[in-house]
Design a protein around this ligand. Structure first.
Ligand SMILES: Cc1cc2nc3c(=O)[nH]c(=O)nc-3n(C[C@H](O)[C@H](O)[C@H](O)COP(=O)(O)OP(=O)(O)OC[C@H]3O[C@@H](n4cnc5c(N)ncnc54)[C@H](O)[C@@H]3O)c2cc1C
Length: 435
């Protein structure tokens, strides 16, 4: 079998890449190892940049209809007696324009929206239950059951997640950073009017609640590394109490979980591959980088990688400039953006990693000032959204630390929009003569 592009892995990254390419007439073969939906949880929070990308490929409305819009993340810091000490907000509406909210969507549902859109194209060849076993310069060896077959392609893209066959065949190694904590994660029913996200913490506890559609809520609860086994031996009522202590709003709902079996352990790790491209191969998403889940960015990074690589390869095909050295543009655009998000997520993780009162005090103060200073607030939301990148400077740090006063005046929307990535920032090779 021959094709233009072979994609290994049909997660969110691989499917988004496939959809972008087939819409532009590129012939794509995609192999996905699994034959049915996995029962495990994965990313469900879509940031504004991902929504902008989905808008550009025609699936924005459907995703909006099947998700819960989140405008505000409510951050509550509780005292050791569980009284609210401080409340601040991360408000997406400080972002001017159409993409001023995040969306919670069931991971497998999002995958099926993208897959169904791609399957409308006859130049899309989808093989599920089919694992990519190895790659050479111009062939992928695939296995479906006992049968083995080969696909010849001009380009090979690895979207297999953390254990990437493509990354291995490119000889790229990653160095993992681990954390001193893990998370319990599970979804359960919620009250109909519980619509905004909530992050509730004490000096030594953390609970994140992210409302999904269908009156469900996804939760993440931080536990010290190694505590999972011991916890699971306790009655499930112990788990309920961990939640209801911090969030009375889930009382009467979390109790609908009656078995530890539904509760998944999530182990955060961080790595960034030293490069994404080698000859006619490239890696995207978790194959290229893993990010601490605190800022809800992993799935979004996969979507953003797919957007840039997909646009580039479609342009290469359209202009006949198929030299693999052009793939460098993908890495040029994405590497520094991904690095910034990885660092942001790592910092957010550190803010909740140390169970000491002075750390909790500093965190509370930083969030308070971030909310009060409109420029800091905008920077934070811009960086999280993926719509642009505006690093914090020394003045910002001084304001956060209380050394300098907060700024009162907000920026006008037109100035804020200047900080958004432009079409030229996203797709710089489109400038005449660069490809
Ligand atoms: C429990 C959990 C919670 C998370 N929560 C969030 C969140 O709230 N927000 C967020 O943004 N991110 C979150 N993430 C991270 C997010 O899910 C990932 O970053 C995202 O799914 C990466 O997408 P991907 O397409 O790169 O890889 P994956 O989603 O891992 O998809 C890879 C696909 O490749 C397939 N595959 C693997 N090997 C092969 C092979 N050899 N041949 C063929 N197919 C293969 C796999 O079966 C899989 O379908 C979470 C992750 C986990 C595990």
């Amino acid at each position: 079998m021959k094709t233009d592009v072979f994609i290994s892995g049909g997660g969110i990254g691989g499917l988004t890449l496939a959809l972008k390419l087939v819409q532009r007439g590129v012939d794509v073969v995609l192999a996905e190892r699994l034959s049915k939906k996995p029962p495990t949880y994965k990313g469900e929070l879509l940031q504004p940049k991902s929504m902008q990308i989905f808008d550009s490929i025609g699936i924005y409305e459907e995703i909006c209809e099947r998700s819960n819009e989140i405008k505000v993340l409510d951050m509550l810091e509780l005292s050791s007696t569980l009284k609210v000490q401080d409340q601040s907000f991360m408000d997406y509406s400080v972002l001017p324009g159409k993409y001023d909210a995040a969306y919670m969507v069931h991971h497998e549902e999002l995958k099926s929206i993208i897959l169904e859109a791609a399957l409308m194209f006859t130049n899309f060849h989808y093989f599920n239950g089919t694992a990519c076993k190895s790659l050479s310069e111009n062939k992928a060896v695939l296995q479906k059951g006992k049968e083995t077959f080969e696909v010849e392609a001009r380009f090979f893209f690895g979207a297999e997640g953390r254990a990437s066959v493509t990354r291995k065949s490119m000889g790229i190694e990653v160095k993992q950073t681990t954390y001193n904590h893990h998370f319990l994660t599970v979804s359960f029913p919620r009250a109909e009017n519980f619509k905004d996200g909530k992050i509730i913490s004490t000096y030594n506890r953390f609970l994140g609640l992210f409302p999904l559609p269908d009156n469900m809520v996804r939760s993440v609860y931080l536990i010290p590394e190694g505590d999972y086994k011991e916890l699971k031996e306790k009655p499930i009522s112990h788990f309920h109490k961990l939640y209801t202590d911090l969030a009375p709003a889930v009382d009467g709902y979390v109790q609908q979980l009656t078995d530890w079996k539904k509760i998944q352990l999530m182990i955060p790790i961080m790595y960034h591959a030293p490069s994404y491209v080698k000859t006619n191969k490239a890696i995207i998403g978790d194959a290229a980088h893993a990010v601490h889940p605190m800022a809800g960015e992993g799935m979004n990074m996969a979507i953003q990688d797919a957007d840039i690589l997909g646009e580039l390869v479609a342009d290469m095909k359209e202009t006949g400039k198929l030299d693999p050295s052009n793939l460098k543009w993908y890495e040029k655009v994405r590497y520094k953006r991904a690095d910034h998000v990885i660092q942001l997520s790592h910092l957010a993780a550190l803010a909740y990693s140390f169970p000491f009162k002075p750390v909790s005090y500093l965190r509370k103060r930083t969030f308070e000032r971030m909310e009060e200073d409109p420029i800091l607030h905008f920077k934070q939301m811009l960086n999280v959204s993926g719509l642009g990148m505006w690093k914090e400077n020394v003045r910002d740090r001084f304001i956060q630390g209380g050394i300098m006063p907060i700024r009162i005046r907000d920026l006008p929307p037109s100035t804020k929009e200047l900080k958004y990535f432009t079409r030229e920032d996203d797709y710089p090779w489109k400038v005449e003569g660069l490809l």
